[in-house]
Every structure is written in structure tokens, then in C-alpha cells.
Write a protein that binds this ligand. Structure first.
Ligand code: TRP
Length: 448
């Protein structure tokens, strides 16, 4: 078989790499602002419910397909249903990877830049920082190079080693920041916004926003877990691994909220500031806390690493596809894909004030997304494409490959799964596609 394809060195190595993909800006940057925009605690509860009843069972399906086929999303589908239109579902995943990476890399670049701003003790205004075209493009380019260098090293050498060392450090730093933020005067109002649900805040739109965030945060819907599953050894219990991935991912997002909301209310800021929320609140926190600039520098270093383990995974999907299916050399194609992604990302990088055309883009209606180009990309690839991809993939896995086949793959080494198999088959065939279908309807504003 593909002896040269690479494999995770151990089960724990796989868990760290997949958790590294899941944990990223989605947890610390996107989750808090989406919670803030959607009214707080009731949204958080919905989010957790969706992770458990949709995200996890769907993750099992992607992992099963990956490990059974030992292929990238396109190859995996081709192996089961050769020469059919289904392979376009895999292709959609590959393109979605490039699309997400193109704007995610921009935000990761800001994060990287904030390491130096914080270290220099000169944090300044966020809006001014993001409207400087040279700075944002250089930071974005730098981040793409960093990502490329790691993916260049292949599966075990690059991705796994980095994730293992650095993710635990992030966890410890977050605990420290939670403690500090909650000692601030007025912090408790933030905690109740975050933890005391007001169910009247749940609407069709909030429910669906929670589901979308669950997909984005768990790295689902574009075949990333198919790709990462393809490097998992046949002896590992993937159901159990998926539990840990979901648990770590949700924990980190939840912890980010435990910092942001107390700090935010203590500083009398609005929770619904949108994408700039984290880049405004965290720096303020670091400026006022004792030793804050040092802690802050460290924080942005770790956030950069968390973003990096996610950008690596986003680049790995198109690369694995081109290496497996088109027989390109990994070491050459990584540079080509990342250079292409950089070009696609230039408008996003310039859309926060640097270019008025891209900042005021407004191609999609404002009901769906904000006017800037980056928000358009985030909506098209981060929301629509993931949901659409997950809908098609769950149908493919449930009906075309067949839920019983997928279940057999999941059963290897999992006593727990064997007991709950019938429920899972029902979920992947009916429940999950039905719920995702509803999200898609809502993206078109049907229930608004
Ligand atoms: N989950 C990552 C985050 O929360 C982003 C991400 C990485 C992603 N790879 C993905 C999202 C694949 C969807 C699909 O930051």
C-alpha cells in the first residue's frame, strides 16, 4: 500500500494533531465574538449541545472514511464510488481549505504582529494597525511561509511534534488569565452574561449560528478529518480519540469566554463588537495587569502557535490531494499551493481599511455578512461551504458508502461504539443531514 504516505506515530500524536487543527483562532477569536453577538449564555448552551449531538457523531464519520480509504477527501470518495459526481464533494473540500486559509492566514498574521506590539509595550489602536497595507501583507506572507515550512516536513516530523509541545502550554496560560480576569472589579456581570442563560435570546438565527460555529471550530465539513483520519493506525480507537478532540476544543473555547467576558464587562465594553473584539479586549487587559506586557507577549505567541497548527491542517488537505491524486512532489507542491492561497488572500488582507474597494465590498446582502471582503470569504467558505460540504458528506457516508460499513470501521477497538452503533447509524443517515439542511436554509435567510 502507500508505505510512503506517512502515519501518526501514536494515538496520542494523532489526538494532539487533530486537536491542534481544531483549536485555533476559531476558539479564541471567533467563539467569543459570536457568543457576544448572539446574546451570551443561552447561545453557549446551544453551542455545546450541537458539538455533542451533531459535531461529534459527524466527526466519527469523516474519520472512519479517512482511515478506511487511507486517502485525501477526493481519493476516498473515488475509492468508494469511482467516476461519479460525488468526487466533486471532495473537490469542494479541497477548495474550501484554500478559501478558509486565505482569510484565516490574514488573521493569524495580525496575531503574529501583536506579539511584537505587545513586547514593545506599544499596543496602539487595532483599527489603525489593520489598515496599514504593508504591515498586514508582510505579516500574512510571513505566516504562510511558516505554515508551508512545517507542512513541507510531512506528517510526523512537522505537524505532530509542534502540536504536542505547545498546546499544553496554551492551556496553562489560559487558566492563569481566567483567574486574573475574574478578580477585576465588575467581572461578575460578565460571568453572568456568559453563564446565566436567558432563553428568550434563542431564535432560529442563533441556533443556526451555534451550529455553524461548532463545525468551524471542530474543523469539520471539508474533509480535514478524512485526511487526518487517513494517517491513523488501524489499531487505534478513533471514537475515543474524537471524544478527546471535541473535549479539548470545547474546553479551550469555553475558557476563552471565561477570560473575555469578565474582562469586557469590567472594562465597560460592548460584547457585540464583532471580529475586532478579541484584538481590542486582550490588549487592554494586558496593558492594565501587573506584568501584563510579558504575559501578553506570551499569550500572542501561543495564540500564533494555535493558529499555526490550524493553518497547517488547512494547507495539508489540498496538498494531500495533489500528492495522492495528481502525483506531485510534496516538497514542490506545498510552495505552489501556499503561494496561490496568498494571492487569493490579498483582498482579505486589504479589506480592513487598507483598500476602500475591498473594505466596502458589499457583494452579498448585509443580512448575511458584513460589507468587507474578509467577512465575505468567512461567510462563503467558513459557513456556507462547510455546512454544504458536511451535508453532502454525511449523505455520502450514510447512504453511498453505507452507514453499516462506516460503523464497522468505527467499531475496531471501540467497545463503547459497539453498544451505541444503531443510534449512530440513525444520526448519520437522518438526523445530521436534516439539521444541516436547516442551517443552509437559514443561510439564505428563510427563517429570518
Ligand atoms: N478549527 C480551526 C479553528 O477553530 C479552523 C480550521 C482548521 C478549520 N482546519 C479546518 C475549519 C478545517 C474547518 C475545516 O480555528
Amino acid at each position: 500500500m502507500d508505505a510512503g504516505r506517512g502515519q501518526w506515530s501514536s494515538k496520542i500524536g494523532f489526538i494532539f494533531a487533530a486537536a491542534g487543527s481544531a483549536i485555533g483562532l476559531g476558539n479564541i477569536w471567533r467563539f467569543p465574538y459570536v457568543v457576544g453577538e448572539n446574546g451570551g449564555a443561552a447561545f453557549v448552551l446551544m453551542y455545546i449541545a450541537f458539538v455533542v449531538i451533531i459535531g461529534l457523531p459527524y466527526m466519527f464519520a469523516e474519520l472512519a472514511l479517512g482511515r478506511a480509504s487511507k486517502k485525501n477527501p477526493v481519493g476516498a470518495i473515488e475509492a468508494i464510488k469511482p467516476k461519479s459526481l460525488w468526487k466533486w464533494v471532495g473537490t469542494l473540500g479541497v477548495l474550501t481549505g484554500v478559501g478558509i486559509l486565505s482569510f484565516y492566514g490574514v488573521i493569524a498574521g495580525w496575531t503574529f504582529g501583536y506579539i511584537f506590539k505587545t513586547a514593545a509595550g506599544n499596543i496602539g489602536e487595532f483599527s489603525q494597525f489593520v489598515s496599514d497595507p504593508l504591515i498586514v501583507l508582510v505579516l500574512f506572507a510571513f505566516f504562510m511561509v511558516l505554515t508551508t515550512l512545517i507542512v513541507y516536513g510531512g506528517v510526523e516530523g512537522g505537524i505532530e511534534r509542534w502540536s504536542k509541545i505547545l498546546m499544553p502550554i496554551l492551556l496553562i496560560l489560559l487558566v492563569g488569565l481566567i483567574i486574573y480576569a475574574n478578580t477585576l472589579e465588575g467581572a461578575s456581570r460578565g460571568l453572568s452574561f456568559y453563564l446565566q442563560p436567558d432563553f428568550s435570546k434563542i431564535t432560529g438565527k442563533t441556533m443556526l449560528a451555534a451550529l455553524g460555529q461548532a463545525f468551524f471550530s471542530l474543523s469539520l465539513g471539508m474533509g480535514l478529518m478524512i485526511t487526518y483520519g487517513s494517517y491513523v493506525s488501524k489499531d487505534d480507537d478513533i471514537v475515543n480519540s474524537a471524544f478527546y478532540i471535541g473535549l479539548f476544543d470545547t474546553l479551550i473555547a469555553f475558557m476563552a469566554g471565561l477570560i473575555i467576558f469578565p474582562a469586557l464587562f469590567a472594562m465597560h465594553q460592548s460584547p457585540s463588537a464583532g471580529p475586532s473584539l478579541v484584538f481590542v479586549v486582550f490588549p487592554k487587559l494586558f496593558t492594565q495587569m501587573p506584568g501584563g506586557l510579558l504575559v501578553g507577549t506570551f499569550f500572542f505567541i501561543l495564540l500564533t502557535v494555535a493558529a499555526l497548527t490550524s493553518t497547517i491542517s488547512l494547507l495539508e488537505v489540498p496538498v494531500a490531494y495533489l500528492v495522492d491524486e495528481k502525483k506531485y512532489k510534496r516538497k514542490k507542491i506545498v510552495w505552489i499551493v501556499s503561494a496561490f492561497t496568498f494571492i487569493v488572500g490579498i483582498p482579505s488582507a486589504l479589506s480592513q481599511g487598507a483598500s476602500s474597494f475591498f473594505s466596502d465590498f458589499g457583494w452579498l446582502p448585509e443580512r448575511l455578512t458584513s460589507v468587507d471582503f474578509l467577512s465575505h470569504m468567512s461567510f462563503i467558505f467558513g459557513d456556507f461551504s462547510l455546512a454544504f460540504g458536511a451535508l453532502l458528506l454525511s449523505i455520502f457516508i450514510g447512504w453511498i458508502w453505507g452507514a453499516p460499513q462506516a460503523a464497522n470501521e468505527l467499531q475496531r477497538g471501540s467497545a463503547f461504539f459497539t453498544k451505541t452503533k444503531a443510534i449512530w447509524i440513525f444520526m448519520i443517515r437522518y438526523f445530521i443531514p436534516a439539521v444541516i439542511f436547516l442551517i443552509l436554509l437559514n443561510l439564505f435567510g428563510i427563517f429570518d
